[in-house]
Design a protein. Structure first.
Length: 143
């Protein structure tokens, strides 16, 4: 019985490792790519972060999802002005003038704790080298 449990645990751990690689297209040195005619925005929340709280974010008043430390979103958008912001009481925001065929990197930093349970977002532009380093160990929040 114990041997079967060990085998099942090993299979579960291997399955978890395999699913992690599916969620992380940058793992193993994969390329960060643009989309012809569109702008691509990577919203990256680095690890460690100022908070362990999840933080819902929006793109142009449309809910994208929540970030956690060590996660990212890849957003394909039409050229033009776009606003990435926190949700509800979280008033952090950044506005980008997106050009076609370009890639943008935005760092999402969150503050909050068990005492201040509402997250507060800070958004800033990241240089490409720093963003690529952060994306190498990040997991897609989009799943």
């Amino acid at each position: 019985m114990f041997k079967r449990l060990c085998v099942l645990a090993a299979i579960a751990m291997l399955a978890a490792c395999n699913s992690m690689s599916l969620y992380n297209p940058q793992a193993g040195g994969s390329r960060i790519e643009g989309t012809p005619g569109k702008g691509v925005i990577y919203v990256v929340r680095t690890r460690p972060d100022m908070s362990y709280l999840s933080a819902p974010i929006m793109l142009d008043d449309r809910m994208i999802g929540s970030t956690y430390a060590g996660t990212y979103y890849r957003l394909e958008v039409d050229p033009g002005r776009h606003r990435i912001s926190g949700y509800s009481a979280d008033n952090g925001a950044i506005t980008l003038d997106v050009q076609p065929d370009r890639i943008y990197f935005v760092q999402h930093t969150v503050s909050g704790s068990w005492r201040a349970t509402n997250p507060h977002s800070f958004f800033s532009m990241m240089d490409e080298a720093r963003a690529r380093a952060a994306l190498a160990s990040a997991i897609s929040a989009a799943g």
